[in-house]
Design a binder for this molecule. Structure first.
Ligand code: DON
Length: 319
């Protein structure tokens, strides 16, 4: 048997039983279509088709199992926060934690309440305020942080065609009041080095990157593989850093639903208002599920259900 290389885009999964299972999850998750609502606070996201559902699993030995709309690109939104955090930690290490916390907020991802009482230090890097501080680090480090993030995503996914959606970026910019309020508050507390507009622009551009479930499962596979990137074979982050990012995803990746999701699924995961959720099974595989309609906390209804089904039957993936 040949061992698939970790320095290439993964090949289609070779197990018919696992492929059938992925298709079965796809079929079951589609029973949830029609529940939830597509995000419309960013108007350019409002016309997403709520009937879409995709699922992709990238195993650490370089196989890709997909079902449904797994190859359709969508707005990654807060999934970009995982890449942003990885880039900032690579660059600044633990110094980052002087400016961003490590604890769940228990609040909606765009809440401003704790920022005032906690002196402009966001609870964690996965709420909007936290990601804006992380983006501030990258504005200081790279001429065009979103271009850098796009290049990294292209390399890690093996998909050179990934693009930032200019329409979504413009829409987020026009409707930026709440994120701008968070950024100005942090600036007032001395927790933003660069100009608010510049940092917000970088943050929105990263959120506006379009990727498919397959792209995302491949890109973020380093979190399942002790930091080793699938497409390059290089170590993207050290193993301890991968573990810590997973820990943060586990405690804060699903916002104020983190506890519910941990109970029901029990995997490190990160969601975005484009409807994507990435989850990690350390040592084994990364998975991305996507469907645009969200519950009241901003997490995709069908994608959460798909991950619940997957987690209930993880034994299938051993060996
Ligand atoms: O800043 C925002 O509100 C969006 N660009 C990202 C929010 C997001 O994806 C949070 N996810 N659930």
């Amino acid at each position: 048997m040949t061992t698939p290389s970790r320095a290439a885009r993964p090949r289609p999964g070779s197990s018919p039983a696992l492929q059938a299972w992925v298709e079965d999850i796809d079929r079951q998750a589609r029973t949830k279509l029609g529940m939830g609502r597509v995000a419309d606070y960013i108007p350019a996201l409002a016309d997403q088709d709520p009937e879409r559902f995709g699922l992709a699993i990238c195993t650490n030995d370089g196989q890709l199992y997909t079902a449904g709309d797994a190859e359709i690109p969508f707005s990654i939104q807060s999934l970009s926060k995982v890449l942003l955090l990885s880039l900032a930690l690579r660059r600044h290490g633990d110094a980052l934690w002087r400016r961003v916390g490590l604890n769940p907020s228990g609040m909606p991802f765009n809440s401003l309440m704790q920022l005032e009482t906690e002196h402009g230090k966001p609870r964690n890097p996965f709420i909007n305020a936290g990601a804006i501080v992380v983006a501030d680090h990258l504005v200081g480090a790279f001429a065009t942080p979103s271009k850098h993030l796009q290049d990294v995503a292209r390399t890690l996914s093996g998909n050179a065609g990934l693009l930032i959606d200019r329409q979504v970026l413009a829409s987020e910019w026009r409707h930026r009041s709440r994120n701008a309020a968070a950024a100005y508050l942090m600036k007032a507390f001395g927790n933003l080095d660069n100009e608010v507009d510049e940092v917000l622009n970088a943050y929105f551009a990263c959120c506006a990157l379009r990727m498919s479930c397959a792209d995302l499962a491949v890109t973020l596979n380093y979190l399942a593989a002790d930091g080793h990137a699938m497409t390059t074979g290089d170590r993207f982050v050290p193993p301890a850093m991968a573990q810590r990012i997973n820990a943060l995803m586990f405690t804060s990746g699903m916002y104020d639903a983190a506890g519910d999701f941990a109970y029901r699924v029990g995997l490190p995961a990160k969601s975005g208002v484009g409807g994507g959720i990435v989850a990690i099974v350390p040592g084994r595989f990364s998975v991305c599920a996507w469907s645009p309609a969200l519950d009241e906390r901003g997490n995709s209804v069908a994608a959460q259900y798909a991950l619940e089904l997957l987690a209930d039957d993880l034994g299938r993936w051993s060996g």
